[in-house]
Design a protein around this ligand. Structure first.
Ligand code: XMP
Ligand code: MG
Length: 173
């Protein structure tokens, strides 16, 4: 794709099972509670679509859009493109990410939410997590897969905008 080679790392069937497992854990941890999911665009859209079909709770979903990556490296500066419009006061909030890498994006959103609202609780669910690259201390409560520090695409994740449609999670060779 473009100037880089990618190979399948996690096949689609395993990704779907992992997302179902995350949904089951959320369903049991939040039984009887109402949840507002906040999905971080663009990359999370496929994870979110798969996850939400398996969530059995009373819930709503809202979307925010931020960007921190240029090509295959994290910029560290988080630009906000679509802001949060929902009132999160007193709510059980679960942030949905495609991948938590350095954690800058998550940290930025967490600070913003805590500055503007007083939610009852905040948790994080991410399809992928790169523990070796993580530089923050916010717990990532629900993780589909931990991945090494390589660049991945597919399942919503992109390389310069391409590859979001790949049905397997693929890794840069
Ligand atoms: P940070 O470093 O803020 O990164 O935790 C979070 C955002 O950066 C993107 N990201 C990636 N996108 N392959 C991608 O396609 C990757 O390996 C990768 N690592 C980070 C992603 O948008 C994530 O929300
Ligand atoms: Mg993202």
């Amino acid at each position: 794709m473009l100037d880089k080679e990618f190979k399948v790392s996690i096949p689609c069937s395993r990704v779907k099972l992992a997302v179902e497992h995350v949904a089951n854990r959320i369903n049991s941890d939040y039984t009887g509670k109402e949840v507002i999911f906040v999905a971080i665009l663009n990359g999370s859209f496929m994870f979110v679509a798969e996850l939400m079909r398996k969530i059995k709770l009373t819930c709503r979903i809202s979307f925010v859009k931020v960007a921190s990556y240029e090509g295959d490296t994290s910029g560290g500066i988080v630009r906000e493109l679509i802001g949060l419009k929902e009132d999160l006061n007193g709510k059980h909030v679960i942030l949905l990410e495609d991948i938590v890498d350095t954690g800058f994006t998550l940290d930025h959103l967490m600070r913003q939410i805590r500055t503007n609202y007083s939610p009852e609780s905040i948790a994080v669910a991410s399809l992928l997590f790169k523990p070796q690259s993580y530089r923050k201390s916010i717990p990532v409560n629900y993780v589909g897969f931990e991945v090494p520090n390589d660049f991945v695409v597919g399942w919503g994740l992109d390389y310069n905008g391409y590859g979001r449609n790949l049905e397997d999670i693929c890794i840069m060779c």
